[in-house]
Design a binder for this molecule. Structure first.
Ligand code: HSE
Length: 303
């Protein structure tokens, strides 16, 4: 039996659409062992350890990605027994699907004696997800800049300044990533491309070096957020609220609907004040939680 622990992640960080992501200190845990089925009839046994509603058949993402890894390595697949603890809220833009993919791949790789390197797994995870900005942080931890080129993911993970924390505003409604991607324009103006790529570069350099005064400009985006705001009722108010409470930068987390606010570690009253304001306003159904950057990424141990 292996135990895989994998962090949540927040992709894009404003301007870095499909390129930047950060791992957060909120974790899914997966226990996995090979089951006693046959190659013709693999066994699929899946349990939720915390009551979270997860698929318990072959459509389960942990199961599917683990099976893909067995096949990719040419190993006989007889099924799996999987137990899941799902702390990362699903369909909220916090990397829960990438966490499941990564858990399945890393767990299966460990069960097979690690035939694939972390970099091979990163390529496979990004291929399955379609973009690397959640999968790479889930694997490596830290703030990760990634490029997908010819089926390979080129990533660099850097630690972020100790001076910052990440306040995540999570609503009680879901937003499907496929939908939030499908509504984006297929072509962009050159000035919008320059607007974003200069800011994505500034975000990475500023988070790494602690130049927090740059973040409010670095987080601005023209490629996805303007189109996604109408899909997230209350997002404009959450942005306003977070800036009023002293956030350095605010962005839609991944494809949404959660909102990520980058705040100072010393802003200890942020959660209390945000909760008060959420209660006072008509923003019912939103919760706020303050996390740090996970610097380590996925871990696996044999039990
Ligand atoms: N970069 C992706 C998007 C992240 O914004 O669609 C999805 O989690």
């Amino acid at each position: 039996m292996v135990q895989v622990t994998v962090p949540a992640s927040s992709a894009n960080l404003g301007a870095g659409f499909d390129a930047l992501g950060i791992a957060l200190t909120l974790y899914n845990r997966v226990f996995m062992e090979e089951a006693d089925g046959t190659v013709e009839k693999p066994l699929c046994i899946i349990e939720s350890l915390d009551g979270a509603q997860i698929p318990t058949d072959e459509t389960n993402m942990v199961y599917q990605s683990a099976k893909t890894l067995f096949e990719r390595c040419g190993r006989p697949f007889r099924g799996l027994h999987i137990m899941q603890e799902s702390n990362i809220p699903m369909t909220r833009g916090l990397g829960s699907s990438s966490a499941c993919l990564v858990a399945g791949l890393v767990g299966a790789n460990a069960l097979l004696g690690s035939p694939l390197s972390l970099s091979d797994i990163s390529d496979l995870a990004a291929f399955l997800e379609g973009h690397p900005d959640n999968t790479a942080p889930a694997l490596y931890g830290g703030l990760v800049a990634s490029v997908m080129d010819g089926g390979r993911v080129h990533s660099v993970s850097v630690p972020v300044s100790e001076q910052i924390r990440f306040a995540v505003f999570i609503p009680d409604f879901e937003l499907k990533t496929e939908y939030a991607r499908a509504i984006l324009p297929k072509q962009v103006q050159r000035e919008d491309a320059v607007y974003n790529l200069s800011r994505a570069a500034l975000m990475t350099a500023s988070l790494f070096s602690g130049r927090l005064d740059n973040l409010r400009v670095a987080v601005q985006d023209r490629l996805h957020q303007p189109y996604r705001f109408p899909l997230i009722p209350g997002a404009d108010k959450i942005f306003y609220l977070a800036y009023e409470l002293g956030a350095y930068a605010v962005a839609i987390s991944g494809a949404g609907p959660s909102i990520l606010a980058i705040i100072d570690a010393g802003n200890r009253d942020f959660t209390k004040n945000a909760e008060l304001e959420l209660k006072r306003s008509e923003l019912k159904g939103w919760q706020v939680t303050v996390l740090s950057c996970d610097q380590n990424g996925v871990s696996v141990i044999f039990k």
